[in-house]
Design a protein around this ligand. Structure first.
Ligand SMILES: NC(=O)c1ccc[n+]([C@@H]2O[C@H](COP(=O)([O-])OP(=O)(O)OC[C@H]3O[C@@H](n4cnc5c(N)ncnc54)[C@H](O)[C@@H]3O)[C@@H](O)[C@H]2O)c1
Length: 277
């Protein structure tokens, strides 16, 4: 028996094959899990249905494990209700729910945090933090007794990471939403956690310069490494599986220990050595 044999659930937030959600879903499906996926709605005049097509390119590689793929804009309550209704119809109950969704306009991300517009702040918070509460509440009636929810967060919500700006504020809110959701859903046996991933190249992360952060993580982290999609996919699947029973309301850092450092560590030693050579 595999880790996800007989388990079914929702994967929200695949945009393409670089998406963290895709790498978590892959691990779940490799372990016999069955998934329903969301994609961002296509514009009515887009005949090629680009958004759906990009996600379908991934899910088509797992035809036996993909039950459905449907549009979801978390700003719309009716979209959230529709995907939960579909999950109920297809699965009855769900064992896992992955929330891997964030958005802020580039214009607001590029500004000093204090200069973020009122509208941009509301939009970023609604999509990146409130949506976790909304999907947890909408799924309340279809969670199986030992279901697990996972959201994706970043260290920039705990400490200042220049350039992460308004998204850091959103992640701080998301971390808190995750803990309160864990409290609300705890009595029905549902666990809720956050995986705090080190920087990975994806569509969303290009806006906050994740790629340029990788060498810093390699230089500073205790393990001297930066995470890979494979690492985050594997540990995300673990947090959505029964193997992680006992862990809830937790922010699990998957960053080779970068978050634990209180100084630049060996990077400083290297700078010193370079200065003295
Ligand atoms: N890539 C990194 O370095 C990194 C590090 C830590 C945390 N994260 C977090 O991981 C999560 C996934 O991001 P990713 O890096 O895989 O990028 P991604 O672009 O592949 O995923 C972001 C997803 O959010 C979805 N989304 C945006 N607005 C939406 C809306 N209104 N309704 C529904 N879905 C919407 C997009 O369609 C996309 O699928 C995000 O929360 C991100 O902040 C990423």
């Amino acid at each position: 028996m595999a880790l996800f044999t007989g388990k079914k659930g929702l994967i929200l937030g695949v945009a393409n094959n670089f998406s963290i959600a895709w790498h978590i879903a892959r691990h779940i499906m490799d372990q016999e899990g069955v998934c329903g996926f969301s994609h961002l709605p296509d514009k009515p005049d887009d005949e090629r249905k680009k958004m759906r097509m990009r996600v379908a390119k991934c899910t088509d590689t797992y035809p036996d494990n993909t039950k459905f793929l449907m549009p979801l804009d978390v700003q719309k309550d009716e979209d959230i209700a529709a995907i939960m209704a579909k999950a109920k119809e297809q699965f009855g109950t769900i064992d896992f729910l992955l929330h891997s969704i964030a958005f802020a306009s580039l214009e607001d991300l590029e500004k000093d945090t204090i200069a973020c517009s009122r509208a941009g702040f509301k939009l970023a918070m609604e999509i990146s933090a409130y949506s976790l509460l909304a999907v947890c509440n909408a799924a309340r009636g279809i969670f199986s007794p030992k279901a697990a929810v996972l959201t994706l967060t970043y260290f920039g919500g705990e400490k200042i990471v220049p350039g992460y700006n308004v998204m850091g504020v959103c992640k701080a809110a998301l971390d808190s939403c995750m803990k309160y959701a864990a409290f609300d859903l705890g009595p029905q046996g549902v666990r809720v956690n956050a995986l705090s991933a080190g920087p990975l190249k994806t569509l969303a992360s290009s806006a906050v310069g994740a790629k340029s952060m990788e060498p810093l993580y390699t230089a500073v982290s205790p393990a001297g490494k930066a995470v890979t999609h494979e690492d985050v996919g594997r540990i995300g699947a673990f947090l959505l599986s029964d193997m992680s029973d006992g862990i809830t309301a937790e922010i699990m850092h998957v960053d080779y220990g970068y978050n634990a450092m209180g100084s630049p560590g060996r990077m400083l030693d290297r700078l010193e050595a370079a200065k003295n050579s």
